[in-house]
Design a protein around this ligand. Structure first.
Ligand code: SAM
Length: 297
């Protein structure tokens, strides 16, 4: 390994990488290369273009490898192995969805419904992935407890890692269950000894199977299929989850459900056939209806 140090301006290292990214239709070549250069140098910040840096040849080679991966479509967050969401930095892996800024509207909506942060809430995060939703709620409500449920054991390990990183493990439980099993709510009841939940959050897979191949390479190649594929019409998970909410929610509780583009009416129809009342919907940063709130009839 060569540790020869070069003293230079970052610009001279990133110039060629930026051009390569541009040639490969990357939309954010400057930002991506600054972040990846910082990471290659072992820093947890981006490097400014005209910053004076001391960089080893080994670090330059690592940076070039990251740029090649980015050119192949690997998202920056997957190269780094973590992603910022709400107020925290979450470890991610092949088993977890990359947390989306659009999902932050779920946290904002919950905070509107529960303005008292000292409340002791029991939270269920269905399809927890990295744990970004449930752990962000624990961050805001520091007396509350969350149960993270996912069919992917590997994703639960990452959620647990994130809970430990933020010292929230004592307020977290991790449950490996598959909501495709008809009796999943009964199994959950047995595990949590019949206790109900004040808040149920879910961001289930909602992309219709036939549309997966049309997604950007960053998503279809690097996100776990289990986190994306919502079945033939995208609604399979909602049909498994919504009918069980009446057995899981406390009488005053609310469910905050993330949805895909234009799915509101179809999902409200499913909810109407269950014992749920639609309370409100909220839009994400792109003005798309992203979260539906339900209570019990
Ligand atoms: C869209 S991802 C959401 C992850 C995370 N909550 C987030 O917002 O970033 C959906 C999650 O649901 C899980 N999942 C998919 N099908 C499931 C099932 N049948 N039972 C339990 N979990 C499931 C996936 O493993 C994945 O972690």
């Amino acid at each position: 390994m060569d540790h020869k140090t070069i003293n230079t301006e970052a610009y001279f290292i990133t110039k060629e990488a930026i051009q390569d990214l541009k040639n490969n239709h990357n939309q954010t070549p400057n930002l991506d290369s600054r972040i990846l250069l910082g990471f290659a140098m072992g820093l947890d910040r981006a490097i400014y273009p005209h910053e004076k840096i001391n960089i080893t040849e080994n670090e330059i080679n690592i940076f070039k490898k990251y740029i090649q991966n980015r050119i192949k479509g690997k998202p920056v967050s997957r190269i780094l192995g973590f992603k910022n969401f709400w107020k925290m930095n979450f470890k991610i892996s092949k088993a977890t969805l990359d947390p989306r800024p659009d999902s932050e509207v779920i946290i904002e909506t919950i905070m509107k419904f529960y303005p008292d942060k000292s409340k002791i809430l029991r939270v269920l995060d269905l399809g927890s992935g990295s744990g970004c939703l449930g752990l962000s709620i624990l961050y805001e409500y520091n007396k509350s407890k969350a149960f993270f449920l996912d069919r992917s054991l590997e994703s639960l390990k990452i959620a647990k890692y994130n809970a430990l990183k933020y010292k929230m493990e004592k307020r977290s439980e991790f449950i490996c269950l598959n909501w495709n099993n008809e009796m999943w709510d009964k199994e959950l009841h047995n595990i949590v000894k019949g206790n109900l939940f004040d808040i149920i959050i879910s961001n289930p897979p909602y992309i219709p199977s036939s549309q997966i191949q049309e997604l950007q390479i960053e998503v279809k190649t690097y996100e776990p299929a289990m986190a994306l594929d919502g079945g033939k019409d995208g609604l399979t998970s909602y049909r498994c989850i919504l009918p069980k909410l009446e057995n899981l929610l406390s009488s005053e509780g609310h469910a905050f459900i993330e949805i895909g583009i234009n799915q509101k009416n179809d999902i409200n129809k499913i909810a109407n056939s269950c014992d749920l009342i639609f309370k409100e919907s909220n839009k994400d940063l792109s003005d798309v209806i992203r979260v539906l709130v339900y209570g019990l009839k």
